[in-house]
Design a protein around this ligand. Sequence first.
Ligand code: G4P
Length: 533
Amino acid sequence: MSKYEAEISRRRTFAIISHPDAGKTTLTEKFLLYGGAIAQAGAVKGKKNARAATSDWMEIEKQRGISVTSSVMQFQYEGFCINILDTPGHQDFSEDTYRTLMAADSAVMVIDAAKGVEAQTRKLFKVCAMRDIPIFTFINKMDREARDPFELCEELEKELGIETYPVNWPIGCGKDFKGVYDRGRGEIIHFTSNGGAKAATATQVKLDDPNLDGLIGEKLHSQLTDDIELLDGAAAEFDMARVRHGKLSPVFFGSALTNFGVEPFLEEFLRMTTPPLPRMAGEELIDCMDDDFSAFVFKIQANMNKAHRDRIAFMRVVSGRFDADKEVYHVQGGKKLRLSRPQQLMAAEREIIEEAYAGDIIGVFDPGIFSIGDTLCAPGKKFRFDPIPTFAPEHFRRVRSLDTMKRKQFLKGMEQIAQEGAIQIFKTPYTGMEEVIVGVVGTLQFDVLEYRLKNEYGVDLYMEGLPYEYLRWIDTADGEPVKEEDLILGTDVKLVEDYKGRQLLLFGSQWAVGWTQERNPNLTFHEFGGAAG
Ligand code: G4P
């Protein structure tokens, strides 16, 4: 294997998804600790203060002490080069979060053992499932009172529609948490809480070891034997092909905070995942090992430095090697160019890089030429990666400029921000652009919008909440646009257009979606739009 192939083969690029507080940050931090990317616990956590200090990309982040954008971290572990894509939770959840998943090749889903599947997990999972990528489950916080593990697996299967394969099985929980049984090795990894030091030492013991009763107690031993018998008889068979297509999720139990089960999880995860996945470009499949460089833009972050009005375009390298000295071809712009100031994030720090390989994420300075979904490839090539879908916003507001004289700036600002993909803008047929309907995935984007319009364009906004929560792009059988009077719509449904002229319906409830579809059988509904932007 050449050095080039070896570099690509050792790359693993994944996203961590979870509902807030399930333990995503803690788990990420443990990974980084193993990889030596950070020296001490707390460097990634403590997000309320520390994060705002390391990333002052936007004033609003500092004010709120939250991270508005999803970030990427790279670290090395046992010969692997790992790229973790962070998907923000809490109220800073946004369309960016979804798009970040487009750059990942697999996902780690962190579940709180006391809570099971939660709202945000469900949303993020849907996007991963659409991508057909492997999804690994880490059931966290076993050192606390937890729900029955069979019940948790059943919930994953029922709620998310994915089969589960427990790779290990917990022995007790909370104060009685004794460790996990590794089904593949037939061994028990014994958990010994290290008091306040929050570190666990693992001792491996066979299930039939005569000392086992002494370690975990007679009662838990007999329960474990029963559980394993039941699992071996009833649970799905392990099938790597189904794992690779996101149909079967390997499940691991552990406790990120006490460090228990994290390293075995990381090791199994690396063993089961593949080098960077290929991507479709129309009819062509672009493989990571292709000789030529190619990448696509999945996220744009503007005004990281207000004085320079700069924008950073984040791109995922799909094939080949990126070399900072070489020219690349920007397909959508129809131009050859050199990517300037390419940078990568190492834990919390950004650094300028000279080269990157398939699987890596790089951020480049963008003078305003890139859009979400754009393709970069070697000069002479012209393929385009399949577009990144537009995700349905869940919150809507009617927005206009308070000062009618500032119409021009208002439109410019709205269009610019919509182009970055932070918000989506819609209009009702027959109205101009004096007033737009803004749709966002997470409500924080409204604050970001208000702040940016004022700071960057000098426009104060008037915003009014609208009672819609669901959106479907619509198609008709003959491809012609529909007229409102030809549709049967309830009072909580509105027909609008996005600014590319595609028609869609906004609904006040999930129920209204079904009602409208039933009464308008000539319409086809789409939850994801075509290209972003
Ligand atoms: P998130 O990124 O998914 O939002 O979760 P995060 O890692 O910030 O964890 C949320 C809370 O859960 C934190 O407590 C964290 O310490 C705790 N936690 C994470 N993993 C485990 C675990 O395995 N066991 C237990 N018992 N707790 C866990 P916090 O009180 O909100 O923050 P802090 O005071 O610890 O900083």
